[in-house]
Design a protein around this ligand. Sequence first.
Ligand code: ADP
Ligand code: MG
Length: 714
Amino acid sequence: RKKHKKMSQFSHHHVKEEMTPEEKKQVFDKIQTERKNLPIYAAREALLKEITQNPALVVVGETGSGKTTQLPQYILENFLQDENTEDRIPTVAITQPRRVAAVSIARRVAEEMGVTLGSKVGYSIRFEDCSDPTDTRLKYMTDGMLLRESQIDPLLSKYTVIILDEAHERTLHTDILFGVIKGIMKKRSDLKLIVMSATLEAKLFSDFFDAAKIVYVSGRQYPVQIYYADEEQLDYVDSCITAALQIHLDESAMSPSVSTGDILVFLTGQEEIESVSKILDERARLLPPECLKLLVCPIFANLPSEKQMEVFDPAPPGCRKVILATNIAETSITINGIRFVIDSGLVKSKAYNPKNGLEILKVCNVSKASARQRSGRAGRESAGKCYRLYPEQSHQGLEDYTVPEILRCNLCSVILQLKSMGIKDIMKFDFMNTPSSSGLIKSLEQLLSLGALDKKGDLTPLGTQMSQFPLDPMYALTLIQSQKMNCVQEVLSVVSMLSVETIFYAPQTKRVEANKNKMKFASKTGDHLTLLRVYQEYQAVKKNSNASELQRWCQEHFINYRSMSKVCEVRQQLKEHLESMNIGLTSCGRDLNQVRRCLCAGFFMNAAVRVPNKRMYKTLVSQLEVRIHPSSVLSDPFPDCLIFNQVIMTSNQYIRDVTAIDSAWLPELAPSVYRGHLLDQTNIMVEEQKKAELAKKEKSKTNAPKTFSVQRSL
Ligand code: ADP
Ligand code: MG
């Protein structure tokens, strides 16, 4: 607390609780000046005029020019200037592909407007709504949340203006929203749509919305010197650390008086960011005392939002920040003061194989467009440098653009949502890029197997129930099934634990110790019951101790305290969902087999059997050879049959979050898929073959009338 106070004396940048009223006023005035210095300010009047005159508008502008933070405020200010009828004040929804962006930008905008977050300005992300149904006028939200709202309010009638931001990212939910909102605009002439994008593929968006007008906002960009690694890096995480320290030492680190510029490192996920953060912290302490201090600032979704805001604070004199981020910092959020970018060249993303219906999480190379955006982050305020941790030759081999997510992910979840919105014929939905028909068919088939759709392709009562949960279909199904098996409490805990990226952490220097500790919680049956045990013990400790004791307990047990807090919030929300559906909170007590049976009843599509005499498994439905991820608690003797949550591809194809099941449960709990022939591989192969042929046929007649219904039985 004390340290914080001291820092804020240096950086009059954010309004903080502990400031005096005069200090707050000073900061507020400074922020107003900053706002006027943003490139978009010059276009303010022109933009407002275009918004008034056009139902749909495409706004393109360099990242950091002020689109996301400023434009919504202009709309509000403009209205308040002209008219004074309270009840007609516009309500603006602004979508963001990522939770961190929605929260941190809402926070910033509330500060700029001098209001409390959650009143005039709010945000809404999955499992966390910080907005007021009557008061909030600018609502920053994830694209997934707006899509969910449209499920309940099909005309999105509470919004006067909808801004689809970061459109260039082409996330699955934004892509679906394009089509949904286009439909709404036909019914609501009063609705204004603004599509905002950082790159220049604006024509695509304009064409989709009947030749919507495009407005370009000019930005500022200083030259950025690009450096490539001279050879492929064996361990990019290690290279990132070395590069950061090297830059720190080489770039006037010895003369604290010079304005030095901060470092931004692009990594692939929370786990990696946390481990790099720890190592950099340790190494930074060994730097000579006359050297600039290195402040390590990680940013990722599970960080509490005050912590997330710290990355925006300017480094105090004598310090340099090194920010560790995922591609969140590529275009979604802009952090001032960056002069050096270290780009691993990698991103964690989804890949989908319509043949086997499996979505795989994979660390992939970024596209050239991404690499360009990343390097651009070094040149916003002055000339900068970007270090790409791969050779120039590799760069030439990169894809030009990132493939839109809708073309490389499983579509079950959105199809379920569209169906629940009354869109019967998915093939006729207005997609900006239509997913392959084989991909669509595969997802429809999966929904049929899950019991969410009937053979005509209509939503079943179970499907309707599933669509109401803010969860992927299989997770929703598992929760619903827990009612039958009298283990709602336990499954609720397990599903909540699965909603965060990491529960256990293993600092590099204490791997062995951390692992030993993890095994203390381990269940012989696998990871889900292990997670359940962690949750139960955490709750027991929580009951009898204060926050700092709880935090210490987590630390001692190598458990991520932040993740656990998040889990509790998620669980509370899901619990409310269940209660609103009149699902009672039953418990199976010690009979944990019920929990495993329930997991089997929800994740039966993700079942795998052991390849005889090998440490390898073959997934039954998708026929993929996989290994158990090293993070799993399962060890020798390995079970013959198991279910998993996720496939991750790194050096191998791994399954993550794994639990042993009794193979006899499969035909019992999922007869439509397994029909008692669980181990009859050939039978399954024949079915797969049939389906593939049907898909092919379907594809060859894409120009024929696009009606479709799932009529084949599996
Ligand atoms: P764009 O959407 O065009 O990429 P933004 O509106 O996100 O631009 O950013 C405009 C400016 O607001 C940037 O200079 C950025 O640094 C600043 N900004 C955004 N969020 C914060 C924050 N939380 N704290 C301080 N400055 C911020
Ligand atoms: Mg933006």
